[in-house]
Design a protein around this ligand. Structure first.
Ligand SMILES: [Zn+2]
Length: 356
């Protein structure tokens, strides 16, 4: 058992690792098939986030394996099942309903962890019974209700910073994409970086830019988001909900302003931040999962109108009740302005936030 404990390589509280290792050793087979991670977290009085991280580490170490299930939006049945993301398809077909549907990470894709057969060999019967009971339910009731408060969705895995770090190679096939109905994108950029590269030389300037990446990446991860990539001196981050994205934007700006306050004038970096929220698609680009679509483009455009040390938000984030409360606890000034975006009709309301 001690061997199993070490295999997790979990940097947090070892008491959770001991509990989980003990659970694996002592549970009967049925409890190790489709393990109910979030119920266990409740039972053990640990955070869902910490236990999910531990399962992801276990996945990486070959203690668990994952099952991705693609539910039919009409009957709820399992239209497809894969062990890896790279086997996922944009579109699946339900044999019962005879319909085609596109897969959505936060709507119809459910993820399970089961013990890896090399750790405990559980009989195939469990899976057969599970699939059969799903089918039987549909025959009897015309649909199954699979969603419950403990469901883990595809988005919870794909947008988990530990998963993205450890399982970097787990990406979609080049010709496939998955939809994400709710995503918040954050873009940052540096004010006058050309000037800084000229004044300090490439090497010193890059050192400073890298330091500012580190600060932004840390804040994104702390807010349960993932740093998707850097583009030149800019950063792109993704979040599953508006409030976490907003908190990251505010905290990043606050941390950066504090960090540069005492620095010499020519080494001060000022950052412009923009956020946007909406639907996106996830694809693989340059061997990594990446985000595409009009929500992403708009996030970049919103960022481009921010002034240094500001955060600019669209109406759908600013007017969200929970977001509005968070903003009022950080903002010194809020300025509403109307703007147009090249290629898009009409005027858009945006809000410029300056921190306390
Ligand atoms: Zn169906």
């Amino acid at each position: 058992m001690s061997n199993l404990v070490q295999r997790f390589k979990y940097p947090g509280d070892q008491a959770i690792v001991n509990k989980l290792a003990n659970h694996i050793e002592t549970s009967n087979e049925s409890e190790l098939f489709h393990i109910d991670v979030y119920s266990l977290a409740n039972q053990w009085n640990v955070s869902k986030k910490d236990l999910l991280e531990l399962f992801i580490r276990g996945l990486h170490e070959g203690i668990f394996r994952m099952e991705w299930e693609y539910h039919c939006p009409r009957c709820g049945g399992i239209a497809n099942e894969t062990l890896f993301i790279h086997e996922a398809k944009s579109i699946n077909c339900c044999d019962i309903c005879k319909i085609e549907f596109s897969n959505k990470l936060d709507v119809n894709i459910e993820v399970f962890f089961s013990i890896h057969p090399e750790v405990r060999n559980i009989s195939l019967e469990f899976k057969d019974n599970y699939l059969k009971s799903n089918k039987d339910n549909i025959t009897a009731t015309k649909m199954i209700r699979w969603k419950n408060p403990f469901s883990i969705y595809g988005v919870d895995i794909i947008q988990n910073p530990v998963f993205r770090e450890l399982m970097e190679g787990e990406v979609l096939a080049p010709d496939q994409s998955l939809e994400l109905m709710k995503c918040t994108l954050l873009f940052t950029d540096i004010k006058g970086s050309t000037q800084m590269y000229n004044d300090l030389g490439d090497s010193r300037a890059f050192q400073l830019v890298r330091e500012h990446f580190r600060i932004i990446f840390e804040v994104i991860k702390r807010s349960n988001g993932i740093p998707v990539k850097t583009i030149g001196d800019a950063v792109m981050g993704a979040f599953s909900n508006k409030t976490e994205g907003l908190k990251a934007a505010l905290e990043a700006q606050k941390s950066l302003i504090e960090f540069y306050r005492s620095k010499p004038e020519n080494e001060k970096i000022e950052v412009k931040i923009g956020l946007n929220s909406g639907t996106t698609i996830i694809v693989t680009l340059n061997g990594k999962l990446d985000y595409f679509g009009s929500t992403v483009n708009m996030a970049a455009r919103i960022q481009s109108i921010a002034n240094p040390n500001e955060i600019v938000l669209p109406m759908n984030i600013f007017e969200d009740e929970e977001c509005n409360e968070i903003i009022s606890s950080y903002a010194k000034t809020i300025t509403k302005s109307k703007t147009t975006f090249k290629g898009l009709n009409g005027e858009y309301n945006v809000y410029h936030i300056v921190l306390n």
